[in-house]
Design a protein around this ligand. Structure first.
Ligand SMILES: [Zn+2]
Length: 327
């Protein structure tokens, strides 16, 4: 299992977990194949009605899973090769190809072909028409679509989960499925593709759980808690710092005013209570008024100290108003 900070993206971790989910019942396997065909499959038509289907997958784990699904559910044997495309920044892409009878088996299972009276098979539609009335199949479909065209933002940075749907049909199908799973999703057009997306931590956690990525849900929850704790700590620190600065600021201003009184008139001109507080403030510009009050003998409460300090400030202000007498 991945650890925080091991360099792997959260989305890659989710994929890693999903490719290990048990393949399930035959109905679910076909649903997942259908989703992967719609998101990553390309239909090839050659002369004489020969058909082929190839899948381009960037993630080797996803390619391995699809290979096993096709083999186990349909008994077909895809060929596998790797290619490097400049479009994907020279990244290695796995290509799985089904041709001949194997391609017909797949297209037949996905209700994309029909056979005429003479036993000839024709293509009926270009997208799988696979009914998904059971919840188990819906989950498998969402998983397959995520493996083929999904991504999720690292929860440290934000909450966004999406499936890219190159055609309108897939977009509608995903929205309908999500609605049936009580996950209202939205879609928008980006660079010619529909994007079906979920927002909000709870919805994303629900979608991950639906697809079978329980470990990722836990990790997301941990990140969420860590984030909350960190935010609370930052808030507390800011608060202290802010108050501290304000306190220091005020204390220094008071000390400066008292220094002016001392220079111009002398502290001895002040009543005893004010004089003592003035001295303490001069010596301790960084302490709070409450703390100064506790240092007085006898101690004075906060409101009493406040009152005395206000009087000291008034005296200093009046002194400033008095014009300097020229010698
Ligand atoms: Zn099923």
């Amino acid at each position: 299992m991945r650890r925080p900070g091991d360099g792997q993206s959260f989305a890659a971790g989710v994929r890693q977990e999903l490719v290990r989910v048990p393949m399930g019942k035959p109905c679910c396997m076909l649903s997942e194949i259908s989703a992967l065909t719609q998101t990553s499959g390309h239909l090839g038509l050659r002369g004489g009605g020969r058909m082929s289907v190839s899948y381009r997958l960037e993630d080797a784990g996803v390619a391995r899973r699809l290979f096993q699904l096709l083999k186990k559910r349909l008994g077909v044997n895809p060929t596998l090769h790797f290619t490097q495309t400049p479009q994907l920044g020279g990244r290695r892409v796995c290509v799985l190809t089904l041709s001949g009878e194997d391609a017909q088996t797949l297209l037949g299972a996905l209700h994309m072909t029909e056979t005429d009276e003479e036993g000839q098979t024709h293509l009926k539609r270009t997208a799988p028409r696979h009914p998904m009335t059971r919840q188990c199949c819906r989950r498998a479909f969402l998983r397959g679509a995520f493996l083929g065209a999904g991504t999720v933002t690292n929860p440290e940075k934000g909450y966004h989960f999406e499936w890219k749907a190159e055609d309108e049909h897939l977009c509608r199908q995903l929205l309908k499925l999500l609605e049936k799973c009580d996950l209202p999703a939205h879609s928008y057009l980006r660079k010619g593709s529909q994007v079906v997306y979920l927002k909000g931590a709870q919805q994303i956690a629900d979608a991950l759980a639906l697809m079978g990525a329980g470990q990722s849900v836990l990790e997301m929850e941990n990140i969420r808690i860590r984030k909350q704790l960190r935010a609370a700590a930052v808030r507390a620190a800011n608060c202290d710092e802010h108050n501290g600065e304000r306190m220091l600021d005020a204390g220094q201003k008071q000390a400066e005013a008292i220094r002016q009184i001392m220079l111009k008139e002398g502290l001895y001109t002040l009543p005893k209570g004010l004089r003592e507080l003035g001295r303490l403030r001069l010596e301790n510009p960084d302490l709070s008024l409450k703390e100064l009050g506790e240092m007085l003998d006898p101690p004075v409460g906060k409101s009493g100290v406040n009152h005395r300090m206000r009087r000291l400030m008034e005296i200093a202000a009046k002194m400033e108003e008095k014009p300097e007498t020229a010698e």
